[in-house]
Write a protein that binds this ligand. Structure first.
Ligand code: SF4
Length: 349
């Protein structure tokens, strides 16, 4: 069964023609998929019965189904989504006063092996298709249709630069079919230099977030072992090229871990390293995850000290808003629970 989520209007028009229908039927299908979040072909009430029957016989809307969900009192919702029999990933919706953001996964597992991350610890399984990436968006939107999702961040499970074609395919559908602005989409990487350069040439004005997490290559290698091949100087050079080419926002993510990278001297070294590099720093106080012993959350005082040093050096600094309460499990934890409890919620779409 061929999934339809992930196809553009043009591709859906070609499909309609293949099925002996006029091209405009493709647009109608696209509206049901990307604006009405249809879960079945029966819901597509303006399609002729023959076309609906042909779709039921040969196609599926998508293979993803929500198998576990966790909703916090502030509205933050995290889902574990199963694709077919072989992949479970996580995605999150974060409603704010002025926007609704979602965080999507692009791989099941991750090869980057970041020492502090539950996903990295469990290793890489497979890349997701653009349709599987988009279905996370649609599942999250369908659960709260009263507020449209306005921002998308590719910061869930996986390294987007290792699956960039599919990530870009999903981003193009979000812009071209769903109607999001490219400027409200962010791709987050741990600093895969060839990917940053490729993204700069993609012709989509999307934002870039680069996880540094360290003031120098020595500390960074201990936290992100797979990023050793791209020294920070090369990463920052790629960031400069990205900004010059796209003019888009650039953020350096910095996960603050007590006793590892939160010393004021390290803040000064980070400020020195970033001198002349465009972009702001986003500080994220670490939340401990099972399987990553030895990493602890810094005190509020130490976060403020770190921030003050960077600001004194003239760097614009933001701090990630704490969201989610009980749902604020680290990346990968809900997936691990879903894998051990396969019954879950079952077909939410
Ligand atoms: S933090 Fe991101 S890049 Fe690192 S292992 Fe986890 S998912 Fe992969």
């Amino acid at each position: 069964m061929r999934p339809l989520v992930g196809l553009s209007s043009d591709e859906l028009a070609s499909l309609a023609k293949e099925l002996g229908q006029p091209a405009y039927r493709g647009k109608q299908i696209g509206r049901w998929l990307y604006h009405a979040y249809a879960a079945t072909f029966d819901e597509m009430s303006d399609l002729p019965a023959g076309l609906r029957a042909a779709l039921v016989a040969g196609f599926t809307i998508g293979t993803g189904r929500c198998v576990s969900a966790s909703l916090a009192t502030d509205g933050t919702e995290k889902l574990a989504v199963r694709f077919g029999e072989d992949a479970v990933v996580e995605c999150v919706r974060l409603p704010y006063e002025d926007r609704v953001s979602v965080c999507l996964s692009c791989q099941e597992g991750c090869a980057m092996r970041c020492a502090f991350c539950a996903t990295g610890i469990s290793g890489f399984r497979r890349n997701l298709t653009r349709g599987e990436i988009l279905q996370q968006f649609l599942l999250l939107q369908a659960r709260a249709p009263e507020r449209r999702i306005s921002h998308v961040v590719f910061m869930g499970m996986g390294e987007p630069m290792h699956n960039l074609d599919e990530v870009l395919g999903a981003a193009r559908i979000l812009v071209g079919e769903v109607g999001l602005s490219a400027r409200s989409i962010t791709v987050s990487t741990v600093g895969v230099v060839p990917g940053i350069l490729q993204l700069a040439e993609a012709g989509l004005p999307i934002n870039l977030a680069v996880s540094l997490h360290a003031p120098d290559d020595g500390v960074r290698a201990g936290l992100i072992p797979a990023a050793r091949k791209w020294p920070m100087s090369e990463v920052l050079d790629a960031c400069r090229q990205y900004r010059a080419k796209t003019g888009r926002d650039l953020t350096y993510e910095y996960l603050l871990i007590a006793g590892v990278n939160d010393d004021p001297d390290q803040a000064q070294r980070l400020a020195d390293t970033l001198r002349g590099a465009p972009g702001s720093v986003n500080l994220i106080p670490y939340n401990p995850v099972p399987g990553a012993p030895g990493f602890h959350r810094p005190s509020g005082q130490s976060v403020q000290r770190f921030r003050a040093v960077l600001e004194a050096a003239g760097r614009h600094v933001t701090q990630r808003q704490e969201r989610g309460g009980t749902v604020d499990a680290a990346c990968g934890q809900l997936r691990l629970r879903a894998l051990s409890e396969p019954a879950g919620l079952g077909g939410a779409r």
